[in-house]
Ligand binder design. Structure first.
Ligand code: NI
Length: 167
């Protein structure tokens, strides 16, 4: 199973809006398995299909310390949110950049699992942050876009400079 390349910010493809999955085909299951492997290898706690340049509403998450609690969210919908909280976030598509983002404290979502079954999930803390971060990716939003314009300009120039130094 291959590890998939992760799009790096700023890349316009990170701004594409993901479409709903209409059937959980073998191809979709293969993608989910590759996305999980890519996330664990990075290592990261969440990955949206958008980040591997597949524009379908699929998210993999594992916020456990033991890395054995994979959650697959297909076509996730936010049905409830409450409160607000700020956590320091990072992203596999924005390496080395961490900053505080304000989000809802508690959320409830509905989604399909990898077997195509509907489920509801209530989340708070790091899981809530992670789900909201990954659902943003499906809408074409990268976490740094919640930061001030000045910070975004600085982050873009820092990452572009790093890219130039790599190649
Ligand atoms: Ni991310």
């Amino acid at each position: 199973m291959p590890i998939l390349p992760i799009l790096q910010y700023p890349d316009d493809r990170l701004h594409k809006v993901a479409k709903k999955v209409d059937s959980i085909s073998g191809e979709v299951l293969k993608l989910i398995s590759d996305m999980a492997e890519t996330m664990y290898a990075a290592p990261g706690i969440g990955l949206a299909a958008t980040q591997v340049d597949v524009h379908l509403q699929i998210i993999v998450i594992d916020v456990s310390e033991t890395h054995n609690d994979l959650q697959v969210l297909i076509n996730p919908e936010l049905v409830y949110s409450e409160g607000e909280n700020k956590y320091e976030e990072g992203c596999l598509s924005v390496p080395g950049i961490y900053d505080l983002v304000q989000r809802a404290e508690k959320i409830e979502i509905r989604a399909l699992n990898a077997q195509g079954e509907k489920f509801a999930l209530k989340a708070e803390g790091i899981l809530s942050v992670c789900i909201q971060h990954e659902m943003d990716h499906l809408k074409g939003i990268v976490f740094v876009e919640h930061l001030s314009h000045l910070k975004q300009v600085r982050i873009r120039s820092k990452l572009k400079k790093r890219l130039r130094e790599t190649f």
